[in-house]
Design a protein around this ligand. Structure first.
Ligand code: ZN
Length: 759
């Protein structure tokens, strides 16, 4: 085995790029290297690397094309096994292999299993030494987008739709806008959309990216487009070729001019992805998936346009060197959001840690929903991203290894590197980095995070206010749980409670407690502070404190009119009679008012008399007192309902004026006499016993009784309708008179006469 590519190759020296430019400026001039299949072949030239993206199946492959600028021959390099690492666009090499199908050269890598191959040799020549600093990829990329239809398949998007995707989306989501934003203004895309043109190929023919592109260039040139003025060339092809070619897009990696092919042409991030390859970016991967890091456009397709990850930002030179910090010692470090304006950040935006066993670097970064990154998957926010990248500015895949939550740990036991996310905010995260040079990761205690809510409350002196305490353990996951003691510090004489007063929390866990504070009743109006001290006898790193405010307010006295209520609310009697009422007066002042003295007055009808006792009441807020009002109506008062009132006045407080009333009903006297009793009869028994009976009289109110008159003199009264008495001998004449309770009397009834003879 004579394969001789061990180290990564440098990329993209200026001289190589010039060669490539010269070569691609004459795309139709070359021809396939032709040799009978299986015949030995030797060739020298410059490599073009093209990534074929099959997003749908999450696989990608790379084609290497070798162009010989002198002979104008070209061939596709096919390796037995993996291509040598470090083979990139612009690499100059000479190869010895055997001719394969379709103008390819078969090259043995290090496998002996492919019997059809002969031993090969591959010698790579490099024109420059390895560059050591990033070159900023900058400038407006002048781009021709050519819509190429096949003879039997067409692109269904219109030129204006593609124009919007590339250059002028009205919502600001064009490829141009995305690159300008994520590159901090370093890179933009401008140009034009040409076509559609029909090229002389049919759908599902052999996948021939270079042949299709050459034909599209020719068609555009024939239509008057000056292709050579566009160093970026992007071909939009019918979707039918997605399955025919096993890809949705393809892009040359680096080099200028460059080519990109888009088959899934309605999906913006496919354009971004293939143009990203043109700018020399490889894939944003995870160990499990080549397109797995969709925090970056160089990953799976079908997501909103987004920024690029930290390694790509460094590779492209878009992140100022001063905002990239290489960490070489253990400590606590802040990392600011990658999208933030680099001139206005509180901390570096990329932290790098050397991975000594491979020479790669770990990249720590933090993403925030700024600009187009507001469309990132939510799982990428609030977490430190840990990437691995070769870090020598060549087109190697980036690998996202971890997304850390608070207290989450990324550890590399081989190199003794531990990264713990301590905390995060909207614009930054804080990490603890431990670089021990080997060994197992250890527990790193960190100050917990204490939050008290609300930060301030107000209340009257003597009242109780409660605050919610939240405590988050920020130790890393290699630590055991801790017991945090809580203690309050409050003004002298006040009372405070913390429940619970101890929180046992595992690393990363958050617990809560309630702080209740009661001020003394005599506390003056002022803002007071209540403090919670957190301590841990086992770990001094766990001590911290937080405070809340308690604002004692002077209660405001609000004076209001009292209520005045009569009991009963109505009494009745005849003119000249007296009626008594109980009057209740209730204070409606607010509780912080002092007691008040109210004067009581009365208001009665003219000519009446009244007494009120007492005539003043002293009332505390909310208290009630009563007085008695006795009213005597005028003796000549007409029958009617009269109002009698009691009112309150307070010379110190006009608001205390109020009144209440009751009804005093004067009833008319009875002046109507009963009717005359009738049918008076008399009978005599036992010679001397006289019995009288008569018919009842009637009265408007009621007959109270009857007067018995004998011989002109009233001898008796009775409520009954009969009367008896014993007489001596003589002549007698009787009549009766009815009367009512008011003393009204009827006229006399008929008279009856009788004679008693005594023998
Ligand atoms: Zn790709």
């Amino acid at each position: 085995m004579q394969f001789r590519v061990n180290a990564r190759l440098p990329c993209c020296s200026t001289s190589i790029l010039l060669h490539a430019a010269a070569l691609f400026a004459l795309p139709l001039a070359g021809h396939s290297a032709s040799a009978a299949r299986g015949q030995p072949m030797q060739m020298s030239g410059v490599v073009t690397e093209i990534v074929l993206d099959d997003f749908a199946h999450q696989t990608s492959r790379v084609e290497y094309r070798l162009d010989d600028v002198q002979s104008r021959r070209h061939a596709t390099l096919r390796f037995d096994g993996a291509a040598p690492q470090g083979l990139h666009t612009g690499t100059r090499l000479s190869v010895t292999g055997v001719a394969g199908d379709g103008g390819s050269i078969l090259l043995s890598a290090d496998s002996a299993s492919v019997q059809t191959m002969q031993a090969t040799s591959l010698a790579m020549q490099t024109a420059t030494t390895q560059s050591t600093a990033a070159t900023v990829v900058s400038g407006v990329q002048n781009t021709i987008v050519i819509i190429a239809n096949f003879t039997n398949a067409t692109v269904t998007s219109t030129p204006s739709q593609i124009q919007n995707i590339m250059f002028s989306d009205p919502t600001g989501h064009s490829i141009d806008a995305m690159f300008r934003e994520t590159s901090f203004g370093n890179v933009g895309f401008s140009g034009q959309v040409a076509g559609p043109f029909v090229i002389n190929f049919s759908a599902a023919s052999t996948c021939d990216l270079a042949g299709w592109a050459n034909a599209a260039d020719a068609a555009a040139t024939a239509a008057g487009v000056n292709i050579s003025s566009y160093p970026r060339r992007l071909y939009v092809m019918p979707t039918t070729e997605m399955s025919a070619c096993g890809m949705q897009g393809a892009g040359q990696v680096g080099g200028s001019p460059s080519r990109a092919w888009v088959f899934d042409y309605t999906v913006s991030d496919v354009y971004a992805h293939e143009l990203g390859h043109n700018l020399n970016m490889a894939h944003a991967s995870t160990p499990a998936s080549v397109y797995g890091d969709v925090s970056d456009d160089m990953a799976a397709s079908g997501y909103p346009l987004r920024h690029f990850n930290a390694p790509h930002m460094e590779q492209m030179g878009w992140m100022p060197a001063g905002n990239i910090r290489t960490i070489t010692a253990s400590g606590t470090y802040a990392v600011a959001a990658l999208e933030s304006n680099p001139t206005q950040v509180p901390a570096p935006q990329i932290l790098k840690i050397l991975k000594p066993d491979t020479g790669d670097y770990y990249y720590l970064s933090y993403r925030a929903p700024l600009g187009l990154d507001s469309g990132l998957l939510a799982g990428y926010f609030n977490r430190v991203h840990v990437h691995k990248y070769a870090g020598n500015y060549a087109a190697y895949d980036t690998y996202r290894l971890a997304l850390l939550d608070d207290a989450g740990v990324f550890s590399d036991t081989t190199n003794g590197i531990t990264v713990t996310q301590v905390s995060h905010a909207s614009d930054r995260a804080t990490v603890q980095v431990q670089i021990s040079g080997g060994g197992t990761p250890t527990c790193q205690r960190a100050t917990p995070v204490l939050a008290l809510s609300p930060s301030s409350q107000s209340g009257a002196a003597g009242s109780t206010r409660s605050y919610t305490l939240s405590l988050a353990n920020k130790d890393n996951t290699y630590c055991s749980a801790s017991s945090f003691s809580l203690a309050d510090v409050i003004p002298s004489g006040w009372t405070g409670t913390l429940s619970p007063s101890t929180l046992s929390l595992a690393p990363g866990a958050t617990g809560s407690a309630t702080l209740s504070v009661t001020s003394v009743a005599t506390a003056a109006a002022a803002t007071y502070s209540a403090t919670v001290n957190v301590s841990d006898a086992a770990n001094s790193a766990h001590a911290l404190s937080g405070s809340v405010a308690y604002v004692v307010q002077t209660a405001t006295c609000v004076r209001s009119a009292p209520t005045i209520a009569f009991s009963p609310t109505s009494r009745s009697g005849s003119a000249g009679s007296s009626q008594s009422y109980t009057v209740s007066i209730t204070s409606k002042d607010s509780s912080s008012c002092s007691a008040s003295t109210l004067s009581l007055g009365r208001l009665i009808p003219s000519g009446w008399s009244a007494s009120l006792s007492p005539t003043t009441v002293s009332l505390s807020p909310g208290a009630a007192s009563s007085a008695t009002l006795t009213v005597t109506s005028a003796s000549n008062a007409a029958a009617a309902t009269y109002s009698v009132q009691v009112n309150t006045t307070d010379s110190a407080t006009p608001a205390h004026s109020a009144s209440g009333s009751a009804s005093d009903v004067v009833v008319q006297g009875d002046t109507q006499p009963p009717s005359v009793p009738t049918a008076l009869t008399a009978s005599v028994s036992k010679r001397t016993n006289v019995s009288l009976t008569w018919q009842a009289a009637t009265d408007n109110v009621g007959v109270a009784g009857y007067e018995i008159w004998r011989n002109g003199a009233r001898v008796a009264t009775t409520a009954a309708r009969s009367y008896s008495e014993a007489l001596t001998g003589g002549a007698y004449t009787y009549y009766v008179v009815a009367y009512d309770a008011a003393g009204n009397r009827s006229g006399p009834s008929n008279s009856v006469s009788l004679t008693i003879k005594v023998r």
